[in-house]
Design a protein around this ligand. Structure first.
Ligand SMILES: O=C(O)CCC(=O)C(=O)O
Ligand SMILES: [Fe+2]
Length: 325
């Protein structure tokens, strides 16, 4: 039996263009559960929610190790760029508790759709003080930059920057399973933080393809299909999301919640996000203006991007130093 037969592949190429046009015609395809609900816990972020020590990586592969020869970024090599890493112990217990609380609250603003992820709240940084402040924290950005191998800032496209995913089992056999279809992300530097404990759900494994994305073939995953060992609330999978196929298998009991954050390397104006990827979520018209804004923001010098965040630039040199210096 094909192990991931129940996980389809999200439309690529022309299929995605079609979805973008459909989204434009039915903007109400994702309906908010409780419009007008207060989504913010109004809790502030504190850097004490991060462990001081270097996050433990239980698994790490660079883009080179996945078979990529040409680096997508002129400023970093394929050896330097992390393709996949499993991260434990990034947050303290109190940090995990606060993130869980914030993400529970955001569920009232979630929408369901047939897109890649069935049920989610987008632009979490716009609704949650805690998540917005965390994304603007230099200590947090430095920790994620260490994992990624290059200095990072929050992704300038707000609706792609942060989202909370909620997965439930089907209620009736006719229901569609809530899944994360096999896909690559529209952004490259992506941290997927699991915010559920193992006892809270069954199924819902995070799977990824350990190989070049060009070689991905649903009918022949042999030897390349990996299931993440990330299990405990607060553990994370970091991905070079635009190059590594991944998905979330159906949840068969309970509820699985995850916070997905996207970043950008400000020393490069390269961004793989395609207009059609963004438009397949929001429709063509609603994507045009933010798209041009994104192009302008990507072209800003790194120093200016960090200045706008109100923090000192993270440099490449800083990432090669042992932590704590
Ligand atoms: O829920 C997760 O763990 C990851 C979902 C995902 O791949 C995404 O949101 O792009
Ligand atoms: Fe993803």
């Amino acid at each position: 039996m094909r192990r991931d037969g129940d996980l389809p592949v999200f439309a690529q190429g022309a299929g995605r263009l079609k979805l973008a046009l459909q989204a434009s015609l039915s903007p109400a395809s994702g309906r908010c559960k409780h419009p007008g609900a207060l989504l913010d816990t109004l809790k502030h972020w504190s850097d004490s929610y991060l462990h001081n020590s270097v996050p433990a990586l239980s698994y790490h592969r660079s883009l080179a190790e996945l078979g990529c020869v040409n680096s997508p970024l002129a400023v970093a090599s394929v050896e330097q760029l992390t393709a996949v890493a499993q991260v434990a112990g990034l947050f303290t217990e109190e940090g995990v508790t606060q993130l869980r609380r914030a993400c529970y609250q955001l569920e009232a603003g979630s929408t369901t759709s047939d897109w890649i992820i069935s049920n989610r709240t987008r632009a979490a940084t716009e609704s949650s003080t805690l998540i917005r402040e965390m994304m603007g924290s230099r200590a947090f950005l430095l920790a994620v930059s260490h994992i990624a191998g290059v200095p990072l800032v929050p992704h300038p496209f707000l609706r792609a920057r942060s989202q909370v995913n909620y997965f439930y089992p089907r209620q009736t056999p006719e229901d569609k399973a809530q899944i994360g279809m096999w896909h690559t992300d529209g952004t490259s530097f992506v941290l997927n933080i699991l915010l559920s404990d193992p006892g809270e759900y069954e199924g819902g494994e995070f799977v990824f393809f350990e190989g070049q994305n060009e070689r991905f073939d649903l009918n022949n995953l042999d030897g390349h299909l990996c299931t993440s060992v990330v299990r405990a609330s607060g553990d994370a999978v970091y991905l070079y999301g635009s190059r590594v196929f991944h998905g979330v298998r159906p949840v068969t009991a309970g509820r699985r919640m995850s916070l997905v954050l996207s970043f950008h390397c400000p020393y490069s104006s390269v961004d793989v996000n395609k207009f059609w990827h963004l438009a397949s979520d929001d429709g063509v018209l609603r994507t045009i203006r933010p798209w041009f804004q994104l192009r302008r923001n990507l072209a800003l010098p790194a120093e200016e991007q960090y200045r706008r965040l109100g923090i000192a630039p993270i440099t490449f040199a800083e990432l090669t130093m042992p932590r704590g210096q």
